[in-house]
Every structure is written in structure tokens, then in C-alpha cells.
Design a protein around this ligand. Structure first.
Ligand SMILES: [Zn+2]
Length: 352
């Protein structure tokens, strides 16, 4: 790696700069180095605007004392279901370092989700809840999730009480970023507030059904299907258009919930690693959502020899991404620098 090429591959992260986000314009010069525990890192300077930065400025990798690979591996272990203590043991880090890294990673993943999960098609929706608990078994909490069945995309989830308000929030969030081409087919369990929310948000512009399972001694003894919005004909048509469903069902969201239970250490059954605070659970789910949608090839999306990610199927990205690409995304670096600059100039104004 030549010294020239490393500067040429950098782009100016200053949004006000004419060369913002562009590489190979000759405006980036090397600007000294600084020492890390494990070597040195190059600093750069943009000759057009004078902004100085290094390749990790305002990313989750900023000022970590270990390699970026190690950081990415910690994120990977976390979204494959390992608890923080287990990751700390495997990677030879302290628990605090793992917790701090995961907090940073999920903040970056959350920004990425907000920005990239936009304009996905909505054809068939299934929604469901996962019950878990905080601190002691006495305080149950619900993770309300929703997927788009055709693409297996997981656009949003809400953590909290199992209430009308939270379900409305979930559907509003999903709808505000979706592209609707026709009336979607929506299926949920028999929880009453779903029908109120869907009636209110969609009106007659959807086909909505409930699948109600009766359990006895933990075994399903009866399945009832109720069509609540739409006619038998419109349901028939929706099911014919669906590539996945042949009847009203919630199997896809139930399978998805299983993936969540296996991938999120807080949600595993009979675990002693349950979340103590809502924030930690939300954090972990945000990172997992990013991983699930953009990085992890989905086994149900096989095309020839290739597995697609849900985001590829929904037309949001062209290939599976990596944690590195997500954490180094220049768009967010620009936003973060903007706020850092503002905070700094505010402080210096107060000092003056
Ligand atoms: Zn610049």
C-alpha cells in the first residue's frame, strides 16, 4: 500500500466542502500520524476546507484500542446470540469494553436503519409479539415485531407494553417508509388492538385476517381463521398474488420470532442473561435488525446458488453488506461531524 494511495482513497467528511464525499480529487493530503497501542494511524487534511480527520473519525471505531476486525467480530458474536460476558471471555476483553463497543455499534446501526430502510414494497405483512421480562420475572415486557413476508424484510419493532399505542406506533413507523402498490394482506394473532389500529390506518384499503390458536397444555388444539377486513374474493386474490402463503397464516412471523430468540441473548428462553433495562434490549435489537436486513443472507431467499439478504430482495441494496461498510458509511460521518462542529463552536462562543 503506497503512501499516496491511502490519501487518495479518503474523502472529505465536511458537508460544506466542495469535495465532500468525493475521492481521487487530490484535495486530501497526509497530515502526520498518531500512535495507537498496536501501531500508528495516519491523519489527513483536506486542502480545500482545512478539515482534518483520520479514517475512523466519527465512526464507532474512533479511538478504540484494538483492531477494527476485533470490533466487527464482537458485533458478529453478539448478533449470533452470545451474551456480553461470553464475548468478553472469547475475545479476551473486559465486560465494560464489550458493552461500550456494542452501545456504539448499535447507535451506528440504528442510524443506518433509519436512513436505508426506506421505500420498501409492502405486499404481505405479518405481526406478532414476543414475551420476555426485565430484571425480575415480575416485570414482563413485549417485543412487538412485523415483517414483510415476500422480502422477509424486518422494517420495525417496538419494545414495551402490549398496548394499542405501541401497536399503532409499529404500524405507523412501517407505513411511513413503505411504498404501497395495492391493498396489502395483513395477518396477526387474535389480540384485539391490532384490528382497531389496522381499521384506523388502512380503512378498507387492505385485506386483514386473524389466526387464533387455542392451546391446551402447551399444544395447539384448534386454529380459527377470521377475515375482518375485505371480502372472500379479495382474500382469494391476495393469496393468489402471494408467493408464500396459501391460506391465512402467521407462520412466517413465528419463524422470524424464533430467529430473534436465537440471535438475541436477552430473548433466549430460560436464560440468566436477560436484559435489566429496556434501553439495553432496544440497543441489542437495533444492531440485530441491521444485521438481519443488510448482512445476513436469508436461507429462504435462495436464487440459484446465491442467497439474498432481505434488503436485496426489497431492492434497497445490491449485495450483502458488512459491518465495516455500515460503520464507515460516509453519510453518517458527515452528520456526526456537523454536530460535533456545532457543539464545539457553541462552546468556544460561550468561552469568548
Ligand atoms: Zn474538504
Amino acid at each position: 500500500m503506497g503512501s499516496y494511495s491511502s490519501a487518495v482513497r479518503q474523502s472529505c467528511p465536511n458537508t460544506d466542502c466542495q469535495f465532500y464525499g468525493r475521492t481521487k480529487w487530490g484535495n486530501i493530503k497526509k497530515n502526520g500520524v498518531f500512535k495507537l497501542k498496536r501501531g500508528r494511524r495516519q491523519r489527513y487534511c483536506c486542502s480545500a476546507c482545512g478539515q482534518t480527520f483520520c479514517s475512523t473519525t466519527a465512526t464507532p471505531y474512533h479511538r478504540i484500542q484494538y483492531s477494527r476486525n476485533k470490533f466487527d467480530e464482537v458485533c458478529h458474536l453478539s448478533v449470533e446470540g452470545l451474551s456480553k460476558s461470553a464475548i468478553a471471555r472469547v475475545k479476551g476483553l473486559t465486560w465494560n469494553t464489550v458493552a461500550r463497543w456494542l452501545e456504539r455499534a448499535s447507535a451506528a446501526a440504528g442510524r443506518f436503519n433509519d436512513h436505508k430502510l426506506n421505500g420498501y414494497p409492502l405486499q404481505e405483512i405479518q405481526a406478532d409479539e414476543i414475551r420476555t421480562f426485565l430484571d425480575r420475572r415480575k416485570s414482563p415486557i413485549w417485543v412487538i415485531t412485523l415483517i414483510e413476508v415476500w422480502s422477509r424484510l424486518w422494517p420495525s419493532c417496538v419494545v414495551g407494553r402490549r398496548s394499542y399505542r405501541n401497536i399503532r406506533r409499529l404500524f405507523r413507523e412501517t407505513l411511513s417508509r413503505a411504498q404501497l402498490s395495492g391493498p396489502p394482506l395483513i395477518t396477526t394473532d387474535g389480540f384485539e388492538p391490532y384490528s382497531w389500529v389496522i381499521q384506523r390506518l388502512f380503512g378498507p384499503a387492505c385485506v386483514y385476517g386473524q389466526v387464533i390458536k387455542t392451546r391446551r397444555k402447551n399444544r395447539v388444539v384448534d386454529i380459527a381463521r377470521r377475515l375482518l377486513i375485505g371480502t372472500d374474493n379479495s382474500l382469494e386474490e391476495a393469496l393468489q398474488n402471494s408467493e408464500d402463503s396459501e391460506t391465512l397464516n402467521t407462520s412466517f412471523i413465528e419463524r422470524h420470532n424464533l430467529t430473534l430468540r436465537r440471535s438475541c441473548p436477552y430473548l433466549q428462553r430460560r436464560t440468566n442473561a436477560h436484559a435489566r433495562e429496556t434501553d439495553r434490549l432496544e440497543e441489542s435489537l437495533e444492531l440485530l435488525r441491521c444485521y438481519y436486513n443488510f448482512i445476513r443472507p436469508h436461507m429462504a431467499l435462495k436464487f440459484g446458488r446465491r442467497f439474498k439478504t432481505p434488503a436485496m430482495q426489497a431492492g434497497l441494496t445490491a449485495r450483502p453488506l458488512t459491518f465495516r461498510q455500515i460503520f464507515l458509511d460516509r453519510f453518517f460521518i458527515a452528520i456526526l461531524l456537523f454536530w460535533l462542529n456545532r457543539a464545539f463552536s457553541f462552546r468556544s462562543r460561550v468561552a469568548a
